[in-house]
Ligand binder design. Structure first.
Ligand code: ADP
Length: 258
């Protein structure tokens, strides 16, 4: 059965949609989505981030815009802009209380996410990045089925890389016929600030072998970096400068519409 793809409002023109997924929570999916947004924005692209992680939204916080509110027009909503001009839409920009839990079931959440695509005045964007909820549940499924996604990036940590959850995410994207742009190993190692030696805190994942077996590209490895944690906590992720070595190359690739 062919599912009808959603259309945006007439004021929106999005060239590429990239979704970021992970097998489980806490692996740095939102951090990677945000850093990708910053890297692309620094390169001069117009970027938007759609926070589809409705029950654990963290995008507004790392950009320090969690006190702002998205303004509703008659039928559409204006996204919130970050200091460097990235447009953001998240449930946290709509509700009064940032710490209120979203106690909705899957279909309702999936609908809200679709509206973040159809009803938000994104304007002209070269890249819309979608921070998916972790796992392979209702929301990632609906998004993959109903939005015109150009590619998926999978984020994993060394520990869960060999486990089934990551393979499941990859297989889901493959089943949906969406190209996997690659995998990012986050919290890959810790580099000693004194001696420069790299320590595999969580063990060596053997990611090079795994990506070969799965026939997907390895985009890069991101080390554990306390500076990234503190800048994220302070809402200043745009000031993190060590990003281009990871994402610069990956986004030199021209992503074609499928
Ligand atoms: P997810 O979106 O997968 O749930 P987050 O991106 O919210 O994960 O990251 C979880 C926590 O780990 C956050 O506090 C974040 O700042 C921190 N974090 C993520 N990646 C790194 C890293 N490479 N180095 C240090 N801290 C990180």
């Amino acid at each position: 059965m062919e599912i009808q793809k959603e259309k945006t409002n007439p004021f929106t023109n999005i060239k590429h949609i990239i979704a970021v997924m992970s097998g489980k929570g806490g692996v740095g999916k939102s951090s990677v989505t945000s850093l990708m947004g910053v890297a692309l924005n620094n390169k001069g692209y117009k970027v938007g981030i759609l926070d589809a992680d409705i029950t654990g939204p963290s995008i507004p916080k790392v950009f320090g815009v969690n006190q702002k509110r998205a303004v509703g027009m008659e039928n559409e909503i204006m996204p919130v802009k970050t200091a460097s001009g990235i447009k953001i839409m998240s449930i946290n920009l709509l509700i009064d209380q940032e710490d209120a839990p979203v106690v909705w079931r899957g279909p309702l959440i999936a609908n809200m996410v679709k509206q973040f695509y159809t009803d938000v005045l994104w304007g002209d964007l070269e890249y819309l990045l979608i921070d998916l909820p972790p796992g392979t549940g209702d929301v990632p499924l609906t998004i993959m089925q109903s939005l015109e996604i150009d590619g998926i990036i999978v984020v994993s940590t060394p520990q869960d890389l060999a486990k089934l959850i990551v393979t499941k995410s990859i297989n889901m994207a493959k089943m949906m016929g969406i190209p996997i742009l690659g995998i990012i190993e986050n919290m890959s190692y810790f580099q000693c600030p004194d001696c420069g030696k790299q320590h595999s805190v969580f063990g060596n994942s053997g990611i090079e072998t795994i990506v070969k077996e799965m026939d997907i590209p390895l985009i890069g490895k991101i080390p554990i970096d306390p500076e990234l944690t503190s800048l994220s906590d302070e809402g200043k992720i745009e000031l993190y400068e060590k990003i281009n070595y990871t994402f610069g190359e990956a986004f030199g690739i021209q992503i074609e519409k499928v």
